[in-house]
Design a binder for this molecule. Structure first.
Ligand SMILES: Nc1nc2c(ncn2[C@@H]2O[C@H](COP(=O)(O)OP(=O)(O)OP(=O)(O)O)[C@@H](O)[C@H]2O)c(=O)[nH]1
Ligand SMILES: [Mg+2]
Length: 495
């Protein structure tokens, strides 16, 4: 599913299935989000990028590399309304009527390959951010010989041309999709190549070991091993350790990239909706002194401690004969079962009820934070009445305790930053491949130990080869067209 800001692929031409994996044709797309804005950019990439751009602005001289050239669009072929909006039977060629032609002043910049985003020749036309003008430029570029880019095709070309590896290409999408600064940071670090470098180092040590084992295999008669088995075993253990270090903070990385669902639950009137509103900095849920105010689940997105959170307010849990409230309570229970973290709110100004205690017991096996609310009022009990349980005391109305609450939430989600200098692995695809590589190394290591270091190089090499292949799949050094198509189909057109 393309996201909301994407341009649709609806263009007034018959489209044949393009070969996404060829870099021979010249592609074009609107690179800025759909809608109106100060500027809109059309990006053209491929061998004919500069000539297509030159046709659009009627320029006879070649474009000067990396210079901004102010120009006026020629009216040739700049038909403003798409074919499918013309009245039925209107067979006039596009652009034949002056009323269908757009005009605008544009700034054209030409980046000759390989010093461009895609590695091919790229021309960017910066126009006023008018959808009519941008669609007109798009259509004119297509008339001049470019074809409409597929989703993510500019970044795919950068990958095919070796400008980015697959980790970095995936990071481009994550950076664009980021909704919290922390998500953007993690994506940018990967785009800069932190993970690529680390995996590259592990890979090169692995290849070095494999080369020495292969040499021992190739010269068996010399009675000489290019690597001693004990040394091989140590090297494999060290490589496994490097992979473990990468995986260690993967759950935090995944949380940063994908966010978490947090359900606020508790008995009626404890201040759940008040807490929901306070965490959102918005008066989203109705708050009243009447127990049973919230009847349904209410979900909103929030940035909490840098994590993209889906925060869910729920109905107060109690036995009730009211059918509407019963449904609300059953939805609240379901929300607990799917949440990554539960905030169980307790009211310190009134004695703990049976129902409160039942919720404390019922959520003990889940990730949760016990939030003791209304500490601004005279207490009816203290946290000491809950021996062995960690609580966070807050007063939502007085604005007390939010810092500790956010800390407790990030700690409970295992999302608290750690001091390690390891690059953050955020992508489930990478996490799964790291685990497979680690398993293969584990097999090799176990085989060495179990055979008392007598195992043949051939067997070791099979497992090491397996590990190397999984690492290459992460960076995309080994990949399939299906995998690439799968990854890039989630991009927008123009990215
Ligand atoms: N004194 C005090 N009152 C609070 C505090 N937090 C919430 N309240 C009050 O408690 C009452 C109930 O708050 P809500 O946020 O509606 O409680 P709830 O848990 O969502 O209630 P239900 O939706 O009925 O389950 C309101 O009158 C709030 O103003 C607090 O920290 N201190
Ligand atoms: Mg409520």
């Amino acid at each position: 599913m393309p996201d909301a800001g994407c341009w649709s692929t609806r263009v007034p031409t018959v489209r044949t299935a393009p070969d996404m994996f060829s870099v021979d044709d010249t592609i074009v797309a609107i690179a800025t989000p759909m809608g109106r804005g100060g500027l809109g950019i059309v990006r053209i990439s491929g061998p004919r990028a500069s000539s297509v751009a030159a046709i659009l602005i009627g320029r006879a001289l070649p474009l000067v590399p990396r210079h901004a050239t102010l120009a006026t669009l020629t009216s040739v072929a700049l038909a403003a309304s798409p074919t499918d909006l013309r009245p039925p039977g209107d067979r006039r060629p596009q652009g034949s009527s002056p009323s269908q032609q757009v005009r605008d002043q544009v700034v054209v910049t030409f980046f000759p390959g390989p010093q461009s985003y895609t590695g091919d020749d790229v021309a960017e036309l910066s126009a006023h951010g008018s959808p009519v003008v941008l669609q007109g430029i798009l259509r004119a570029a297509m008339t001049a010989g470019a074809r409409l880019a597929e989703p993510g095709e500019f970044t795919l070309r950068a990958f095919l041309n070796g400008k980015l590896d697959l980790i970095q290409a995936e990071a481009v999408r994550d950076l664009i999709e980021a909704v919290t600064p922390l998500q953007a940071r993690a994506a940018f670090d990967q785009l800069e190549g932190t993970l690529t470098t680390t995996i590259g180092e592990i890979e090169s040590k692995l290849f070095d070991l494999m080369a020495r084992l292969e040499a021992s295999l190739d010269f068996p008669d010399e009675g000489y091993h290019f690597v001693q088995r004990e040394a091989a075993s140590q090297e494999i253990a060290a490589l496994a350790q490097s992979l473990d270090a990468l995986s260690a903070n993967a759950s935090r990385g995944r949380l940063i990239r994908e966010g978490a669902q947090i359900a606020i639950i508790g008995t009626p009137n404890v201040g759940k909706s008040s807490l929901f509103n306070a965490l959102l900095h918005a008066n989203r849920a109705i708050v009243t002194p009447v127990p049973g105010t919230t009847r349904d689940l209410l979900t909103e997105r929030a940035d909490i401690g840098g994590l993209a959170i889906a925060l869910v307010d729920t109905a107060g849990i109690r036995e009730t004969v009211d059918v509407v409230e019963q449904e609300g309570v059953s939805r609240a229970r379901k929300a607990i079962s799917v949440a990554d973290l539960t905030l169980l709110v307790l009211d310190q100004s009134r004695p703990l009820s049976e129902q409160d205690r039942a919720l404390i017991d019922g959520t003990s096996s889940r990730r949760r934070v016990l939030v003791v609310n209304k500490v601004d009022l005279a207490p009816a009990w203290t946290p000491d009445d809950l021996p062995g349980l960690h609580t966070v005391e807050v007063s939502v109305t007085a604005g007390v305790g939010f810092g500790s609450l956010v800390d407790a939430m990030t700690t409970a989600l295992a999302a608290a930053p750690d001091d390690r200098d390891e690059p953050l692995v955020t992508n489930v695809r990478h996490i799964a491949l790291l685990e497979r590589a680690r398993t293969a190394l584990g097999r090799a290591h176990d085989a060495l130990l179990e055979s008392n270091h007598e195992i043949s190089e051939e067997f070791l090499l099979a497992d090491l080869q397996d590990a190397a292949l999984h690492l290459q799949e992460i960076t995309g050094r080994r990949t399939t067209d299906d995998l690439l198509a799968h990854i890039f189909q989630n991009f927008c057109i123009g990215k």
